[in-house]
Design a protein around this ligand. Structure first.
Ligand code: ASP
Length: 332
């Protein structure tokens, strides 16, 4: 009898132990989605009139809200990247779509690319002049052709064939960018490749709730660029890249981003050197690029976000599923 009671006691003690959670410290919830957005880097004067800074912050906030709403309802990283970049292309504050930087002839020649980290599928367009949303055309190149990059007239013809909205080239030209072009042409001695006079390229990188990464970037390039010049934004691996390890979008001196394959190199350092996303992105921005060349936004498969830049400022915003949220221009 005594043995039976003892046995019952031991069994009930064991059951109680099994249902009691092990003692542990406070746990951080896992990140299920994360997003970072940029609106360009460069010599963004700290004495910018407050209303101008506020306008940029409001636009970035609107773009971030769009991204977080879509991510919270389970949309894919590709859909979110495209939607955010479209929004910024339509916003004339930024150097992409309407409000793009103008080339030496006063024309907007637009570049964009998008990449799906899960499959390495990607699409890009360069030198388009009538496509209202170049990022959507880049996605169509990815999904509806067997190619990666279409340029100029061929890209425009493809856009017309799939009924992508087209506009008159004058739609992209704003008085502000005409003013910037005039200034740049008046100063032939100025560093022609400097991003300072062009800031506003836009980009978005996303980790979605299925664990897939994507990156998208769109730009008018650099003010007073040569007719026909193509920058890093439509060059996959240079200004835009996504794989299963990381998604990266760059902004700044495109030629330098192309030379060093900046976006691909960041993902490669994470994959092959076992660096954290922050270490890899910092290395490229602070050790490989030259001072004032620009910056990147990046997100990895765990939802870590890095947004280093080596210029005076970078319009940027980020958020994740745990409540992290940031919208900034300067370092502090
Ligand atoms: N990277 C862009 C280009 O060189 C310009 C920028 O980001 O400001 O085309």
């Amino acid at each position: 009898m005594l043995t039976r009671t003892l046995l019952l006691l031991i069994l009930s003690l064991m059951a109680a132990c099994a249902s009691t959670p092990a003692a542990s410290g406070p746990t951080t919830p896992p990140i299920t989605w994360a997003v970072a957005i940029h609106g360009g880097a460069g010599t963004i004067d700290r004495n910018t009139p407050p209303e101008q800074a506020a306008a940029y912050l409001a636009s970035l906030t609107r773009a971030l809200d769009e991204a977080t709403t879509r991510l919270a309802r389970g949309e894919s990283s590709l859909d979110v990247c495209e939607a955010v970049v479209r929004l910024l292309e339509d916003d004339e504050l930024f150097n992409a779509g309407r409000g793009a930087a103008l080339n030496e002839k006063g024309q907007a020649e637009l570049d964009a690319s998008i990449m799906d980290g899960a499959t390495l599928r990607c699409g890009a367009v360069a030198g388009v002049r009538t496509v209202k949303n170049p990022i959507t055309l880049a996605r169509a190149v990815m999904e509806q052709t067997r190619h990666v990059l279409l340029i100029s007239d061929g890209a425009e013809q493809f856009a017309a064939s799939i009924h992508t909205p087209l506009v008159d080239p004058s739609y992209f030209v704003t008085p502000r960018r005409q003013q910037m072009l005039k200034k740049a042409l008046e100063k032939p001695g100025a560093r022609a490749d400097h991003p300072g006079v062009t800031y506003g390229t836009v980009g978005c990188v996303v980790l979605d709730s299925k664990g897939n990464l994507a990156a998208a970037t769109s730009t008018g390039g650099m003010t007073a660029k040569k007719w026909g010049r193509v920058g890093d934004s439509p060059i996959l691996g240079a200004g835009n890249y996504a794989d299963q390890y990381a998604a990266i979008s760059g902004t700044g001196t495109g030629e330098e981003f192309i030379r060093h394959g900046v976006a691909r190199m960041i993902a490669a350092r994470v994959a092959l050197k076992n660096e954290t996303l922050a270490q890899a992105a910092d290395h490229l921005v602070h050790k490989t690029l030259r001072p004032d060349d620009g910056g990147v936004i990046a997100v990895d498969a765990k939802g870590n976000i890095a947004m280093p830049f080596n210029s005076e400022g970078m319009y940027r915003a980020c958020a994740d599923s745990t409540g992290k949220r940031e919208v900034r221009i300067w370092e502090d």
